[in-house]
Write a protein that binds this ligand. Sequence first.
Ligand code: GUN
Length: 284
Amino acid sequence: MTARIIDGKKIAQEVRAEWKVRADALKAQGITPGLAVIIVGDDPASKVYVANKVKACAELGLYSEHIALPADISEAALLAKIAEINANPKIHGLLVQLPVPKHIDSSKVIEAISPEKDVDGFHPINVGALSTGNTGFVPCTPYGSMILLQKSGVSIEGKHAVVIGRSNIVGKPMAMMLLQANATVTICTSKTVDLAKYTRDADILVVAIGKAKMVTGNMIKPGAAVIDVGMNRDEHGKLCGDVDFESAKEVAGWITPVPGGVGPMTITMLVANTVQAAERATVK
Ligand code: GUN
């Protein structure tokens, strides 16, 4: 079997077009959705991610502010900056790119962001809303991964979904969203004994562990949908996922490539959450 390739770039374009209609409707009422992105320090990978986020906003005609702060900024000064943006009516969504330097407590940073502007969906109020099934903001990568499954026609209800990785950014919220969609969910970690026992039983396999090509074709159930959240460099310096694409595509029913799978969806859902934040601020 050769898997159907889930084209994240194409699906991201479709989803962006849907959200552009909603952004334009707000603009027609005189409200331009606005996103502020704070970056602390000069980690090169974070700089690229942040530049891409700001660019995606511009492409949809959103307002954005890119706030670069020095690595040695005090925690108090960063929290004061967040408070200032929380109070700025031009900004509907605010995120602080993670990781922040070690002298800053990332939990304090996340909790300082107003839950109504928390377009990353990392604030405990939004995390709680996701687990109770209420309406909050959901983290962009799992949100985008769910849309990839839905738009590819993968049925979720009643299926066994296995998530490898338990991060707050991907693994845990992904598991929660799959549960919400009535999947039977197993969460595995880097410590799981006999990982293949679980992955071989997965109808849906989401891999977010950060280890290049860790999941190979012989660990995959024939016909399964495989979502690869990894972004690594292989031994030749080439971008690759957590799944060994070449062997996996011979077994899986659907698979996301890296690059061009989950990545474009993450930024798209950030734009979506920003437009939604602006909609919610408007109906108040
Ligand atoms: N660092 C890696 N991924 C993310 C993300 O989705 N949001 C933020 N704020 N930081 C990140």
